[in-house]
Design a protein around this ligand. Structure first.
Ligand SMILES: C[S@@+](CC[C@H](N)C(=O)[O-])C[C@H]1O[C@@H](n2cnc3c(N)ncnc32)[C@H](O)[C@@H]1O
Length: 242
């Protein structure tokens, strides 16, 4: 395995950068409460293909392979524990996960995104700085496909969240920072929370940083099964030993 820096994944940024706090400010909740209203009833027993089409109409989209893997894992996966996603963005992955889990009446989806303003992100090009209106659109997406009550969105750096959230996890969707060092850290930081039999799913496996992190920290790690590459975008493995 090539070496990933010990300690924090990135060096501390200079204190005065952009006048923003240099250190993580902790987990903070959505800027506004999720409206406690029924926007749309969840279509009971809706087949995956129908959901995929319906979500597509709202602009919520993953490849069929990736969407189905998220849905199946959330619905049928082994073990008990939360479903965690690193990288929410528009919430597409979270919708597929939540749809699967909600259909089966199983655990909720915790989706984590740094979203903006976190200084560590300046060390990576994966910084998606977007105005609050766009964030609202993410929450609207959850509402529009009937899964807002099954998703717990958290705005926080992934590594910081891993230090604070003490939860067992049975499905982990890794779709955050796609550079090697942060992607590797996502694996290292979250692996101890995975229950036996948990599945870890990677999006954008075609990207060099993600592929290298998966090859070195999943494929070569005996606690995981062999990595299954589904297609150019998608790869997964199971936790097979404690
Ligand atoms: C490719 S997008 C995620 C797409 C999303 N999973 C979907 O299916 O719609 C990557 C997201 O990771 C977030 N991200 C990048 N670095 C992060 C970090 N260190 N902690 C948490 N989120 C991070 C970005 O803000 C961005 O929104």
């Amino acid at each position: 395995m090539s070496e990933v820096k010990s300690g924090k994944p990135w060096p501390d940024p200079p204190e005065d950068l952009l006048g923003l706090p240099a250190k993580p400010i902790g987990i903070y909740q959505n800027p506004m409460p999720m409206p406690n209203v029924k926007w749309k009833d969840f279509p009971k027993n809706m087949p995956f293909e129908e959901y995929h089409q319906m979500a597509g109409k709202y602009g919520i989209h993953h490849t069929v392979n990736h969407g189905k893997l998220l849905y199946d894992s959330a619905k049928h996966g082994t073990g008990e524990g939360y479903i965690v996603e690193i990288g929410t963005y528009w919430g597409h992955g979270a919708c597929y996960l939540a749809f699967g889990s909600k259909t089966a009446g199983r655990e909720k989806v915790i989706t984590i995104d740094i979203d903006k303003g976190h200084m560590y992100s300046l060390y990576s090009n994966q910084f998606f700085d977007r105005p609050p209106g766009q964030l609202l659109r993410t929450y609207m997406n959850f509402l529009m496909v009937g899964v807002s009550d099954w998703i717990i969105p958290i705005r926080c750096d992934s590594i910081l969240a891993s230090e604070i959230l003490d939860v067992p996890i049975r499905v982990l969707h890794v779709d955050g920072d796609h550079y090697y060092n942060p992607a590797a850290w996502d694996i290292i930081a979250w692996e101890p929370k995975l229950v036996l039999g948990a599945i870890v799913i990677f999006h954008d496996y075609n990207l060099e940083g993600v592929q290298k992190a998966v090859d070195e920290y999943i494929q070569k790690n005996p606690v995981f099964s062999d990595v299954v590459v589904v297609d150019i975008m998608t790869a997964y493995a199971y936790k097979v030993a404690a």
